[in-house]
Design a protein around this ligand. Structure first.
Ligand SMILES: Nc1ncnc2c1ncn2[C@@H]1O[C@H](COP(=O)(O)OP(=O)(O)OP(=O)(O)O)[C@@H](O)[C@H]1O
Ligand SMILES: [Mg+2]
Length: 358
């Protein structure tokens, strides 16, 4: 019998919802904690293309009313039963930067950071929500004795838009978090060595370096998975919808469709080169090796991608398995592994909310 005091007196079990509003689709993941284990209750995704009059898989830029309509639809379709939620803020709507400060100001960060932030933020400081974390310095001093602070800024209009979307879907939102942090939480295991996360979305690809669980650097690459679809559509003279379908079905493994494989690889090459250059740049600046990189985002579900990239980068590649941090029925294991990378951000949000509830 499993009768611990904590389970006898624990609060009512609470389900939480992570919401990732990407450019091509909205992803939701509902989790609950039970006796210390994280249970996957439901998850779902809805393509935004149809709400914007474009094909599935393509990036959109929709107003709040359309986004809340889509959010309500996916909540219904996935049988979500909770309103306790957390929402990701797109990286592109935020500014994440490492700033270096003299170690002596450690106790006055609340005054110093907003002043220093003006140098990094292109809009008036009173128009943004500022947050910061000390990454290194003080007792764990960096090589040059400086304090390194991770600066995060989100424009007030962005927060207002996401608040409006949540309110229209009658959700209670506990926090907003820049997707960088959610993706990293869900796709990495604890480790000390520097490692990278590559989030391959529809419109853009995001590259993060993480060390001791902290984000050290982040970049956005203007090349996303929709570019592969558009390239295949042009090369094979097929519609975008057909190209999207073939991309998802065959990926880089379609030997019987050589034109498809070739056009996808051609479109991927500049992205892979840029990732390689970004890794190299980091390694040279920090005089350290990035031993591994985790691929996440819907674009990383491309069949044969890992092998194609592995031939071109030194870092050891793996594909994110965010649902691996949750408990689900065994028969779903294979499906969840395959679908997982698309849901990293949503899983990461829900995991943080569960931690907060304790
Ligand atoms: N099985 C698959 N094979 C290849 N590509 C896939 C597969 N499944 C989804 N994709 C691609 O992944 C992309 C969507 O990924 P994701 O949901 O992570 O993007 P997003 O979060 O909407 O975009 P962004 O992060 O850029 O805002 C689409 O372009 C889609 O074509
Ligand atoms: Mg995304």
């Amino acid at each position: 019998m499993d009768f611990s005091f904590s389970s006898l007196f624990s609060k009512e079990v609470k389900s939480v919802l992570g919401i990732d509003i990407g450019t091509s689709s909205i992803k939701v993941v509902q989790l609950r904690r039970e006796r210390g284990r994280v249970i996957l209750e439901t998850y779902g995704a809805i393509a935004l293309g149809p709400y914007a009059g474009v094909e599935i898989g393509r990036a959109t830029s929709l107003q709040a009313d359309k986004l809340s309509e889509a959010l309500k639809d996916v909540i219904r379709e996935a049988n979500v039963t909770t309103t306790d939620s957390a929402i990701a803020i797109p990286y592109a709507s935020s500014l994440v930067s490492i700033i270096k400060l003299p170690a002596a100001v450690e106790k006055q960060l609340a005054q110093v950071v907003p002043i220093e932030a003006r140098k990094y933020i292109p809009v008036p400081i009173n128009e943004v929500l500022l947050d910061w974390f000390v990454v290194s310095g003080g007792k764990s001093a960096a090589k040059d004795g400086k304090l390194e602070v991770l600066l995060v800024a989100i424009h007030n209009d962005t927060i207002a838009k996401f608040r409006a979307i949540a309110a229209a879907a009658t959700l209670i939102t506990s926090f907003f978090e820049i997707e960088v942090f959610s993706a990293v939480r869900a796709s990495l295991d604890h480790g000390l060595a520097p490692t990278a996360v590559l989030d391959m979305g529809a419109a853009t690809t995001k590259f993060y370096v993480v060390e001791r669980g902290l984000i050290r650097e982040s970049h956005i690459i203007n090349h996303g998975s929709q570019d592969l679809t558009l390239a295949a559509s042009r090369a094979l003279s097929i519609t975008v919808a057909q190209a999207e379908e073939r991309k998802r079905k065959y990926g880089l493994t379609g030997m019987e469709l050589p034109g498809l494989k070739q056009s996808l690889e051609l479109s991927l090459s500049p992205l892979v080169s840029e990732v390689g250059r970004t890794i190299l740049g980091w390694e040279q600046r920090n005089n350290q090796t990035l031993g591994s990189m985790t691929l996440t985002g819907g674009g990383s579900a491309l069949k044969g991608l890992k092998e194609f990239m592995q031939a071109k980068v030194q870092a050891e590649l793996r594909i994110a398995d965010p649902f691996g941090k949750t408990q689900a029925p065994a028969f779903l294991e294979a499906i969840l592994k395959e679908a997982g990378p698309e849901f990293s951000v949503a899983v990461g949000l829900a995991l943080r909310r569960l931690q907060e509830l304790g």
